[in-house]
Write a protein that binds this ligand. Sequence first.
Ligand code: SAM
Length: 250
Amino acid sequence: MGFFDQYELFYKTSQTSPLPHRLNSRFKAIIERNKAKLEGKRVLDIASHDGRWTFAALKAGAAHVTGIEPRQELIDNARSTFSSYGVPDDRYTFECGDIFDRIRGKKFDVVLCLGFYYHTIRHAELLDLIERTGADFVVIDTEVTPTADQILVGKSSDPRLVYGNPYGIQLLVDPVDEQQMAWTDSMTRNGRTVVGRPSRAAVDFLANHFGYNCETFNWPEFFVKHEETASSMVDYSEGWRDSFFLSRKP
Ligand SMILES: C[S@@+](CC[C@H](N)C(=O)[O-])C[C@H]1O[C@@H](n2cnc3c(N)ncnc32)[C@H](O)[C@@H]1O
């Protein structure tokens, strides 16, 4: 039985891939693996959606979780689910709004940035703001653009290299009226806003710049052991999504 099989309301409170295999596998990679890093900590859950990861972090022992999510109906769903499962009110806070408006001036030990880093074009700014929260540990679970990692020819320590620069961010647009997409912002035109899907190397580069060591979950090994999950996780199993663990450099 997976973690979310005990809390089946989460299979109904979102239109964004609430698939049992998917949520339970992500739980193993994002929460179970990092339980010791969450215990007793104050956590920020960016793009908290229906509260799935806020809830999971609390069950893993986080002292308090703040979820920030711009879609009020998802916050309403989260509050209703938390009440059904008897989560004490003083363990969590949900704020309705844009992460860039809400994160400033807040302090956390751990930041979860799950399913959001490809719904913004402000990647460096967000990591800057995350670092300024004081967080020593950050999880970024994001779609990535794998081809940009593969074009590196030769090795160079100069990130200004023009040819073979692997630190790319692929430009895309998100329709802002869809629940799993970017929230409307000042760059929105005709119902779409500009977002970017970073390469793996770009995430690693930004993590390093802001003072974090970066490692990734071993999804290929996971899918060898849990073949049955791959069909509900094609983004991870085909290599265009990854889970990054950022630890503040000593
Ligand atoms: C793909 S879903 C990810 C949900 C959840 N974090 C997960 O990983 O399963 C993207 C979420 O980002 C939220 N979102 C979009 N723009 C946002 C913004 N500017 N600030 C905070 N959250 C945002 C959406 O409302 C949606 O809930």
